[in-house]
Design a protein around this ligand. Structure first.
Ligand code: ADP
Ligand code: MG
Length: 677
């Protein structure tokens, strides 16, 4: 039975609540709250050997107790003189009223702190003080935890010290054959050493175990939404050369990357095996054109095709795009969405069932029970529709194992693609059509705000539209972050001649769609929003993207947002308001300013992240990494991948006793974090 965290001494109702905010409810949860780093407090020195600037432990006797001096009205200095056999040292605290009665002459303590010099005398300011013989956080390697409001380092350390006593009894859930094969440390050993390591070597061994565990569990969890069998028989497209009729009539010629991808798709469709392919390509790389060519081929081979979009707006846009592509080809495109009236739906069902509809474009409504296809052979879906086993079965039942093409506008590095899409074949469109102007990107500070507003004024007056994006703000945060609602009001006051729109996550879906529609129609000039702007929505007239508190966004998210502009002929601009002097922030902004290439940016993104700082992983449907860094730990990733495959081959649903522990962990991250489509 998992032990409630309140079982630990010192954790009452209130503290338990603070822990709960971090998702920590049980002692085990707490143990999995890993330190962000460690402090080496093993070095002990005699006072005489202490050198200014170093941080060490000293064992001392109190020579003269604390004396308080009030320097100014709000400045209290407390000093104590301590000594060992080699010398004396001053201990100093500022504005600490509590130390006064804590020490008696002759008491023995171990201090840990930075040695400084003040008027020629050695000094330690605000050291860690522990009674000799009762040392807990001196003389050893001490964990430092990511802090959260209300929980200090001290609280976390001492609560963890209590929790670690549970260790020794934890049940190992990585079977020993796997641990032996990959040299993975045992759970109890690793748990003790990830928090309170004997030395840094043990720490590294412990860390490796948890990285392996995290990646293994993640992959086992993800495999639940992967297809069981990707080598099923598929419909054969006899004539794939007819695609020429389509591509020859396009107003442009396909880029090499598009041609290569299209060939890969068509080869699959002729192979006799069912296709399961992911096409990755930046926004604007021409994925839709490739999909349209494949759909054309499906239809000309006598079949039906479907295209699924995550929202109604996108479905409408796709339907329009396809209708335009297929003008004069005799191909009939039919829409099907949830919001259509019953009569309209019934009509659509008829067209689909009789085969009059060659291509069906719509939302999830397409895979509802009432929809019957005449001969569905090819399905194009957005990344967000990664089908689980169940949907897959539903879809297969509507056709005869239709070929599946999944499109993703999120370029991701190979390591990540392998985790997420290990079961799919992947095509990459890593080239933009010629003549595209990269979005001009500038990272600016607050001092530039006036100029940026003037720039907005000028361009919007000239008929352009702009997005202004703010980060989502948690209620607990009290800072000077831009809040979408307030910013919209402010902008409306600054630009009374423009219509400012507002869109945020708390609005009802219907209202959001209305606002988006108004923006698409050009009635709204400036749209202020949190990141809910529809991915994929095309508003060619919007050519300015302003991102507030850009330091809050991950690189791939910034790139995705920027992808909303630059879809028309005019030069597009992206303005990043970034605050703070954080090095990583600086590098991120720099990367954005120098590159428009999604693959390059996502590589940089992976490099710049630290463990646990996996902001933006959710966008890929991944839970937050606690310890693994997908870039630095790619060797362990490869091992865990191999192990996951082996386990799945042996026991696909992890039903055996041997894997029951792993199954539980995999299930827990699914229910917590991974949205199953
Ligand atoms: P994606 O779906 O990858 O974001 P689209 O397929 O919507 O990109 O293409 C973006 C725009 O570029 C569309 O207007 C499309 O017609 C056009 N386009 C696609 N391929 C080419 C090409 N090879 N040359 C010129 N324009 C292209
Ligand atoms: Mg598109």
């Amino acid at each position: 039975m998992p032990k409630d965290i309140r079982y630990l001494k010192g954790v009452g109702e209130k503290r338990a609540e603070l822990f709960a905010k971090k998702g920590i409810k049980t002692v085990e949860d707490l143990l999995y709250y890993f330190p962000r780093s460690h402090e080496d407090r093993t070095e002990k020195k005699d006072i005489a050997d202490c050198v200014e600037g170093e941080t060490v432990c000293v064992s001392i006797t109190v020579f003269s107790p604390v004396r308080e001096t009030r320097v100014r009205r709000n400045m209290l200095i407390s000093t104590m003189i301590v000594s060992d056999e080699s010398g004396v040292l001053n201990v100093v605290w500022y504005n600490n009223r509590y130390v006064k009665n804590q020490f008696k002459t002759g008491d023995k303590y171990v201090l840990y702190g930075k040695v400084t010099k003040n008027r020629g005398k050695l000094e330690m300011v605000n050291p860690v003080c522990e009674q000799e013989g009762k040392e807990r956080f001196t003389g050893k390697i001490v964990p430092l935890y990511p802090l959260t409001s209300g929980l200090t380092q001290k609280i976390l350390q001492s609560t963890m010290e209590l929790a670690i006593k549970e260790v020794g009894r934890m049940e190992e859930y990585i079977p020993s054959d796997i641990r032996e094969k990959y040299h993975i440390a045992e759970l109890n050993f690793a748990m003790k050493n990830i928090h309170f390591p004997e030395n840094f070597e043990s720490y590294n061994i412990a860390r490796e175990r948890f990285v392996f565990e995290e990646l293994l569990v993640l992959q086992l969890a993800l495999s639940g939404r992967k297809d069981i069998n990707t080598s099923q028989d598929g419909i054969v497209f006899e004539d794939i050369n007819c695609v020429r009729e389509f591509t020859d009539n396009l107003p442009f010629s396909l880029t090499n990357a598009q041609k290569k991808t299209l060939n890969e798709i068509l080869k699959d469709c002729k192979s006799g095996k069912m296709m399961n392919r992911l096409v990755q390509g930046d926004v604007g790389s021409g994925k839709t054109a490739v999909a349209a060519a494949a759909i054309y081929t499906a239809v000309k081979n006598g079949h039906q095709a479907a295209m699924m979009a995550p929202t109604e707006i996108l479905a409408t846009q796709h339907a329009e795009t396809l209708a335009e592509f297929f003008k004069g080809t005799g191909i009939t495109v039919v829409m099907l969405t949830g919001s259509m009236r019953a009569a309209e739906k019934r009509r659509a069902y008829d067209l689909i069932a009789t085969g009059i509809a060659d291509v069906v474009v719509g939302t999830h409504a397409i895979i509802q029970d009432a929809v019957e296809f005449y001969d569905l052979a090819f399905v194009v879906a957005d990344e967000q529709h990664r089908f689980g086993v169940e949907q897959r079965a539903k879809l297969a039942a509507k056709g005869n194992n239709p070929h599946m093409l999944i499109m993703s506008a999120t370029p991701i590095p190979r390591t990540l693609a392998l985790i997420l899409y290990g079961d799919l074949d992947i095509s990459v469109i890593d080239e933009l059509p010629p003549g595209r102007k990269p979005v001009k990107t500038y990272a600016v500070g607050e001092s530039m705000r006036k100029r940026i507003f003037a720039f907005l004024q000028k361009n919007v007056s000239a008929g352009m539209q702009a997005y202004v994006v703010c980060p989502l703000i948690e209620e607990t945060e009290t800072s000077d972050l831009q809040n979408a609602e307030m910013l919209a009001e402010k902008l409306q006051a600054i630009f009374p001649e423009f219509k400012i729109g507002l869109m945020h996550g708390k609005m009802k879906a219907k209202l959001k769609e209305e606002v988006m529609d108004e923006f698409v129609r050009g009635e709204i000039n400036i749209l202020v929003s949190t990141t809910v702007i529809e991915v994929g929505v095309n508003v060619p007239n919007a050519n300015i993207m302003v991102i507030e508190n850009a330091e809050r966004f991950g690189l791939s998210q910034l790139h995705q947002l920027r992808g909303r502009v630059g879809r028309g002929n005019a030069q597009a601009f992206c303005i990043l308001f970034a605050h703070g002097k954080n090095e990583v922030t600086k590098k991120r902004m720099e990367t954005m300013c120098i590159s428009n290439d999604g693959f390059y940016i996502s590589e940089q993104d992976l490099k710049l992240r630290g463990p646990g700082d996996f902001f933006g992983t959710r966008q890929h449907g991944l839970p937050e990494m606690r310890i693994a860094n997908l870039f630095e730990d790619r060797d362990i990733l490869a091992m865990s991948q191999e192990a996951a495959k082996k386990i799945m081959a042996e026991d696909r649903h992890l039903e055996s006793e041997k894997y029951s522990g792993l199954r539980k962990r995999a299930e827990s991250i699914i229910s917590d974090d991974i949205v199953m489509n």
